[in-house]
Design a binder for this molecule. Sequence first.
Ligand code: MG
Length: 274
Amino acid sequence: MALVSFDLDGVLQRNPFHAGRPDGVFGHIQRELTPYLDGEPEIAFKEALRLILAEHRARMQAGRYVDAYDWDDMTRLVAERFGYPGRLDVPALVRHYVKEPGMVWLYPGAAECLQALQDQGHTLVTITNGYQVYQEPILVQLGIRKFFTAMVTPEMVGTMKPMPAMFQAAESLGNPRIHVGDTLPHDIAGPHRAGWMSIYVVQPGAGGYAELPPQARDLAPWERPAVCTDWLRERLEHDRVLNDNPPVTFEECIPNAIVTGLGEVPPTVAYLVR
Ligand SMILES: [Mg+2]
């Protein structure tokens, strides 16, 4: 039986932060900060998020990989800079917004996929760059926390994906090992650096979705990477805009299989561990 690890955002779940929407966790923070920033409310609203994301990028570039995912700390830093008198508690906002209708959801087939893998006897874990204090309330709300033996997160390990230590942290739980994710540098190059196999998820309805090239659609998931070289290069360029630190090579980003929905994951795992 295998160890199967899952990236969360874009693979199993949509989280409640919702950059660009007025009604999620980021929208709440932006509404709170808007009166303390200069300029028209619409501009100030956008500026509040821009400043938080700029702090995230600055920390990434400085190699402060764990700090770069501390949304509570980054939010408070920006709030203090503008004299915001309150205390924005991002974990509490997450716990609030996961319960608001339409804020979080599972992608089609998520629970069925996890159930099928568990029924096949595999050990399931999550490996995500979101802190546990943000990710666990989402899993609980969506009813899938029960499937996972462990959650691996940056503040626990002291680094982030794609660093091999993120994957090595789960290795005592099973072998062979397969990671399932939707960001080539983090979820394909990362596990490969640790000697794991990988399944790349591209599913309609998730952010950054791109259709498979026609010649790949009717193939088995594990036959698709060989005919998707140009397409994978394009996907890597897309992912590099937000996730180019530390850099990875294209060769590290060629997955063992490409799935277009979570229903394809259990048969692909069965094939890869055969
Ligand atoms: Mg993801």
